[in-house]
Write a protein that binds this ligand. Structure first.
Ligand SMILES: Cc1cc2nc3c(=O)[nH]c(=O)nc-3n(C[C@H](O)[C@H](O)[C@H](O)COP(=O)(O)OP(=O)(O)OC[C@H]3O[C@@H](n4cnc5c(N)ncnc54)[C@H](O)[C@@H]3O)c2cc1C
Length: 254
């Protein structure tokens, strides 16, 4: 019997309808004085489903007005923790990050989830560029975990973690360990202002991308973090012939 032809276009990914949840703060861990990992539990019902790479929006009630602030999910359902975890850079004077830095474990918190279109696009190509600056690596960890869960080999995955100083590099061991479990993965933390003694990579992630060999087709790039990095990296990738639709972006701020 004839086999049905494979679909020419990948099926649309399943959509998970976002809604507002009543939750509570399940755990907090400080990685540095301005880097907070925070886990949220849902009260009285099952944890929401989501695509690895999506985000939750934390609800800020009260003065001067009710606001929402997005935070990418570090956690993956396969972690089995039953909580939604993110890592927050605490910005001096920032309304949401200050609120999250002060809220106590066990306290109630509201959030909307799941949100966003920053997740892996099937069918995956032979080359994946996962590029994050600062806390922009948060959703990339969820994506790398997804690649690990899916298994398989024969794909080159380049994961760049750009930061200023060594103290800004959080969860290095987790990234190294996961990278080691996804065949073909190269993990490169790179610093723009390394202290003496740093023996790892130096320079902006875009400098590394510029010299990285990859084909213009059969590649997807996932860029997350500060706006200037995302704009520069996009320009660079387009100049190298990468299709705009193969560049997936999540800008945290301009
Ligand atoms: C889709 C999406 C996902 C996001 N996920 C995360 C995440 O996982 N972790 C995270 O730390 N942030 C994340 N952000 C940024 C986050 O939503 C807030 O903007 C940030 O926490 C600052 O909010 P605030 O209310 O504390 O400060 P605000 O008063 O709103 O902003 C203060 C200033 O901080 C700057 N700023 C914002 N974010 C950062 C940052 N990460 N590092 C340095 N400076 C910053 C802005 O330029 C702004 O001028 C995400 C943003 C988007 C759009």
């Amino acid at each position: 019997m004839d086999q049905p032809a494979p679909p020419a276009v990948a099926p649309r990914p399943r959509t998970f309808r976002p809604r507002e949840y009543q939750g509570r703060v399940a755990a907090k861990t400080w990685h540095a004085p301005d880097l907070l990992e925070i886990s949220l539990a849902v009260e009285g019902e099952a944890m929401f489903e989501h695509h690895p790479g999506q985000y939750v929006s934390v609800v800020l009630e009260g003065e001067p007005r009710r606001e929402l602030r997005p935070y990418s999910l570090w956690s993956h359902p396969a972690d089995g923790t039953g909580v939604a975890t993110t890592v927050v850079r605490v910005v001096p004077g920032g309304r949401a990050s200050t609120y999250l830095s002060r809220i106590e474990v066990g306290a109630p918190i509201r959030f909307v989830a799941p949100l966003g279109a920053f997740f892996l696009r099937d069918p995956l190509p032979g080359h994946l560029l996962l590029v994050g600056t600062g806390t922009g690596v948060v959703p990339l960890r969820a994506m790398l975990r997804e690649l690990q869960v899916r298994g398989g080999a024969g794909r080159a995955v380049h994961l760049y973690f750009g930061a200023r100083r060594e103290a800004d590099l959080f969860h290095l061991e987790e990234f190294r360990s996961l990278a080691g479990q996804v065949p073909g993965t190269r993990f490169v933390p790179t610093l723009t202002r390394p202290e003496a003694g740093w023996t790892g990579a130096r320079g902006r992630v875009t400098e590394h991308l510029a010299s990285l060999p990859f084909p213009a087709t059969d590649v997807q790039a996932y860029l997350c973090g500060n706006g200037s990095m995302i704009d520069d990296a996009t320009e660079l990738l387009l100049a190298r012939g990468v299709d705009r639709r193969a560049i997936v972006r999540e800008k945290y701020f301009d």
